[in-house]
Design a protein around this ligand. Structure first.
Ligand SMILES: C[S@@+](CC[C@H](N)C(=O)[O-])C[C@H]1O[C@@H](n2cnc3c(N)ncnc32)[C@H](O)[C@@H]1O
Length: 241
């Protein structure tokens, strides 16, 4: 019997949000300001934030004046995000392996929200859906980890204490995946989850994008939009049309 995909379980737990609660919202907002300015996106732009998680980028983009739709597989995150809905901000549960009903001016895939699937075909299917979901000349912003830097600086073991939970984290790169084993004791029991993200470097990402018909227009290495450097950049940010 096939077990449920790891990303369906883990991202839907409260523990995932506790572990990552200190993720930097200031950085996320700086990135959204910088990228919308750089692309000179008019306020009439309808942006799809996919997957949006609890909506931290979507809510901020909407506060800048954009119409925003957020989609995510995690029902609990969408339930939370829906509290912020208004006339120009909507959230829905959506599996990015499925095509969209609408066309958008821009689609953003942010904060390593890709590379979860074993088969390259599923990665390509998601990119095809994104391509088909964009209006003519629409931008795709693709923000992924910099796999080469992760490999060079792999922290094999780490302990993080957040909200009185001690998370034990072990990392490895095996069979083309960056794997994070997360174990902790909470609510009277022991838990274990595994995050698996495909080792996708700039060559593979470029190959993927070109294969589905995108043209890469820009490559950045961080949220300040500095040039990408494979050894030192924190992020691999691709902009494509
Ligand atoms: C690393 S989080 C980032 C979320 C958000 N972009 C942010 O920065 O907070 C990855 C998200 O991908 C979502 N996800 C995983 N697989 C998905 C799928 N097949 N379709 C839609 N969302 C998915 C998870 O539920 C999770 O919210």
């Amino acid at each position: 019997m096939k077990t449920k995909d790891w990303f369906t379980d883990w991202f839907n737990t409260s523990y995932y949000h506790i572990l990552y609660k200190n993720r930097n919202d200031a950085d996320a907002q700086l990135f959204m300001k910088n990228i919308t300015n750089f692309l000179a996106l008019p306020k009439s732009t309808h942006i799809l934030d996919l997957p949006c998680g609890k909506g931290r980028h979507a809510v901020f983009l909407n506060s800048l004046g954009y119409t925003v739709t957020g989609g995510d597989l995690a029902e609990n995150s969408i339930k939370h995000a829906k509290k912020f809905e208004n006339e120009s901000l909507n959230f829905k549960v959506h599996d990015m392996r499925k095509p969209f009903n609408n066309k958008y001016d821009s689609i953003f895939n942010l904060f390593t929200s890709f590379g979860y699937f074993d088969d390259d075909k599923e990665d390509l299917l998601i990119l095809e859906n994104i391509k088909n979901g964009l209006k003519k000349d629409g931008y795709f912003v693709f923000d992924f980890l910099n796999a080469e830097k992760v490999k060079l600086n792999l922290v094999k073991e780490e302990t993080k204490i957040v909200d009185d939970i001690t998370f034990n984290i072990k990392r490895e790169i095996t069979n083309g995946f960056i794997i994070k084993h997360i174990s902790f004791f909470a609510d009277s029991k022991q838990h274990a989850y595994t995050e698996r993200v495909k080792y996708l470097d700039i060559d593979k990402m470029s190959f993927y994008l070109e294969k589905v018909g995108f043209t890469i227009t820009n490559i950045f290495g961080n949220y300040s939009l500095e040039d990408y450097n494979s050894k030192t950049s924190d992020r691999l940010i691709l902009v494509a049309k």
